[in-house]
Write a protein that binds this ligand. Sequence first.
Ligand SMILES: Cc1cc2nc3c(=O)[nH]c(=O)nc-3n(C[C@H](O)[C@H](O)[C@H](O)COP(=O)(O)OP(=O)(O)OC[C@H]3O[C@@H](n4cnc5c(N)ncnc54)[C@H](O)[C@@H]3O)c2cc1C
Length: 392
Amino acid sequence: MKPDLFEAPDYYNLDDLLSDEHKLVRDAARQWVKRDISPIIEEYAQKAEFPKQIIGGLAEIGAFGPYIPEEYGGAGLDQISYGLIMQEIERGDSGVRSTASVQSSLVMYPIFAYGTEEQRKKYLPKLATGEWMGCFGLTEPNHGSNPGGMETKFRDAGDHYILNGAKLWISNSPFADVAVVWAKNEEGRIHGLIVERGMEGFSTPETHNKWSLRASATGELIFDNVKVPKENLLPNKSGLGAPLGCLDSARYGIAWGAIGAAMDCYDTALRYAKERIQFGKPIAAYQLQQKKLAEMITEITKAQLLAFRLGQLKNEGKATTAQISMAKRNNVDMALKIAREARQVLGGMGITGEYSIMRHMMNLESVITYEGTHDIHLLITGADITGIPAFK
Ligand SMILES: Cc1cc2nc3c(=O)[nH]c(=O)nc-3n(C[C@H](O)[C@H](O)[C@H](O)COP(=O)(O)OP(=O)(O)OC[C@H]3O[C@@H](n4cnc5c(N)ncnc54)[C@H](O)[C@@H]3O)c2cc1C
């Protein structure tokens, strides 16, 4: 793979709106990605393997629980710092960002927000250092966009619960030490349970042959009469709103992350267009290529402003689920379109692993589907503005 010459575009001087802390956190993540991700990521994506050696580095840059208070091992940062970290990691690879998003927003967040003090103390510090890795089990073979229909269930068996069912498409599942699993009780109410590797009847087979997020491990969660201690139930929130609250946090991170992938594609295409000579001139001199590049930077700039404002609203505790949906949908779609255009700017070289663009493009095909599909997020906006849900 080519050396990482990335220079971040900032067309509207967004840096002027960032605090010193934001810039410090962002630059540390950026340097780490250049040093520890860019040189290895293509190889790991090609062999479809998660590079486990990066776990310590992710923890060091604050990617595990950026906004979880320091007393539980988190970085205690604000939501804009969280977003900037996700942006930088996804600039390297969406699969690596997925691992960090799951750990922070889908495992640490529910334990922090819905768990007991004992659960927080037991799990959060180890998750923050990466000593334990987590996964989040919501999607099932028969229930993707409609998780409320889930069939995974648990029953009270005296001093413990018995859990049965299966989850599909679970990021980090093949190596996770703990799983936050969403299941229905005997009354049909959804609860979160912390399931630990090693519990009898719990297995995590890996899903192979993905053309997307190849450097992220994905798998199933199978529960065959798993005995779960009662103290592993997350007691402070139940119902579908509990997992959806986690998804709000993860989708917010994705809205920033997708900007990173788009910035990398744009930056690569711009550099290539200035260097590649055809018909005696750099291809950047031709109007058709300038149109592509000009539209890319316009869309990136709009997405940056959307994410920044959403971050301010999140910091104030005012961001709504529908606002987060809009940003996730817009920014991922923007990144995928930019990846496709940038790939064309590179001509034949664009399809090779010498450059990051094709990998980003393939990755973004998952990002546009997971954490709520492109269609479902549009329907969330539609329901919000009309008051009429069209997807139920
Ligand atoms: C790589 C990867 C990693 C993932 N990681 C996780 C994870 O860690 N944890 C987890 O729980 N899940 C995870 N997921 C699952 C992901 O969230 C689901 O794939 C997603 O929610 C869509 O569900 P589905 O694939 O079953 O598609 P479906 O729900 O079957 O949707 C298929 C199509 O139908 C459309 N559709 C569905 N309902 C409607 C409707 N009412 N109106 C109009 N159109 C509709 C959808 O938009 C989509 O285009 C992951 C997925 C992938 C691909």
